[in-house]
Design a protein around this ligand. Structure first.
Ligand SMILES: Nc1ncnc2c1ncn2[C@@H]1O[C@H](COP(=O)(O)OP(=O)(O)OP(=O)(O)O)[C@@H](O)[C@H]1O
Ligand code: SF4
Ligand SMILES: [Mg+2]
Length: 370
């Protein structure tokens, strides 16, 4: 199947320092990332804080310029897009920010916030049509038409994120990138927003890229997962394969650190030893060697090339074949009906079958309305 988005060996190096107190250097925030994302899938990018997830997300939709490499959306170059091509990209690819408190202008009413992208991308739409469209968008995210007259401070965190999602949907995007879209929210509302995104992905045939540092959040809704460490993808696999048979020691450590919901907080969880090294001065060889219990001399000198462990399962580790399976016990994946339905569509699509769009439900059909 033709990918909707591809990244080819993308890097982003930030020059830093050079002042009185700091040495000049280069932060290798993203360091040679290649990805291929197919239409309709939910692709998750995970990794510890500072590994380069947000930088990569911004490169993918050209909120940042890459140092080297190419990004291609629907066959069109993102990295060099200008004028009309860039404006089309802004319509087709939308972003949902982590912090619904600071990403919405407090002086704009919800109606204006959600309608603003329409003013830019559909300038000929009449005011009446725009108002009707805003009402539809609010309904799609489980809000009411009368909310259009209110201001962001009158809403809870979960509701504000719904406003952010309605705003992202306004242009009729084909791809939405969510940078930690639920991590600033109370745990109790995280699942509602995650379910909403999953439902919208299925109902509107959207492709989703979800960024998270918490593997537990994306476990039940992603089709494929990429694990990042110090600017590189170290493992990439279908979600089931990644959770059930992780091949990279870093992925195993991340999975082992997920709290088990049945522990009720009593059992001590293993932590990943040591700090992530600075991207200003990444270790030679495998960047994970300073924390890896399996590191050898080879790991300290040679960068591991990506290797295919099984169908669509890539790992960048010299010794993945020799490392015994993790003794971690896996709990069976519990997927929401929305994710299950989307996975079926994805499987059919990748087998060459046609995706049939599902009608958009009314907010009353949703189980997660506020
Ligand atoms: N504009 C910038 N100038 C210099 N360094 C930057 C800049 N933006 C990001 N970085 C650095 O690049 C690295 C990756 O940052 P990034 O924000 O992409 O990480 P992240 O994985 O999104 O982390 P988090 O989970 O905390 O959001 C970090 O070391 C960060 O300090
Ligand atoms: S290449 Fe070596 S250091 Fe890196 S993850 Fe594999 S075993 Fe560990
Ligand atoms: Mg980030």
């Amino acid at each position: 199947m033709k990918p909707i988005l591809e990244a080819q060996n993308v890097t982003k190096h930030f020059p830093t320092g050079g002042g009185l107190f700091a040495k000049k250097g280069l932060v290798k925030a993203v360091d040679g990332v290649s990805l291929s994302i197919v239409p309709g899938e939910t692709f998750a990018i995970v990794g510890e804080s500072g590994c380069g997830k947000s930088t990569l997300a911004r490169l993918l939709m050209r909120l940042l310029d890459a140092t080297t490499g190419d990004v291609i959306f629907d066959g069109r170059q993102v990295t060099t897009a200008q004028g009309r091509a860039l404006s089309d990209l802004r319509r087709d690819v939308q972003f949902i920010f982590q912090d619904p408190f600071s990403s919405l202008n407090p002086r704009m009413s919800v109606g204006r916030l959600v309608g603003e992208p329409l003013e830019v991308h559909a300038p000929n739409m009449s005011k009446a049509d725009r108002r009707a469209k805003v009402s539809d968008l609010l309904a799609q995210v489980g809000l009411r038409p009368e909310h259009a007259a209110r201001y962001p401070h009158e809403f809870s965190g979960g509701q504000r994120q719904r406003i952010g999602i309605a705003r992202a949907l306004a242009t009729g995007p084909r791809l939405i990138i969510g940078d930690e879209p639920v991590s600033a929210l109370d745990v109790s509302v995280q699942a509602q927003v995650v379910n909403l995104l999953g439902d919208l992905g299925r109902d509107l045939g959207l492709t989703l890229i979800l960024i998270a540092h918490d593997l537990a959040v994306i476990r039940h809704m992603s089709d494929r997962v990429a694990v990042m460490y110090l600017g590189r993808i170290v493992e990439q696999a279908p979600a089931d394969a990644l959770f059930d048979t992780p091949r990279h020691p870093y992925t195993r450590a991340l999975l082992d650190a997920i709290p088990d919901p049945d522990d009720r907080g009593t059992a001590a969880r293993p932590r990943i030893d040591g700090e992530m090294p600075s991207p200003l001065d990444p270790p030679p060889g495998c960047a994970f060697h300073t924390r890896c219990p399996h590191a050898t001399d080879l790991c300290r000198t040679d960068v591991p090339a990506p290797q295919t462990a099984s169908d669509d399962h890539m790992t960048a580790c010299h010794h993945w074949r020799d490392i015994p399976a993790s003794p971690r016990t896996t709990t069976p994946t519990r997927r929401s009906p929305a994710t299950q339905a989307r996975l079926e569509l994805y499987r059919q699509a990748t087998e060459g079958a046609k995706i049939i769009p599902v009608a958009t439900p009314t907010p009353h059909d949703r189980e997660d309305t506020i």
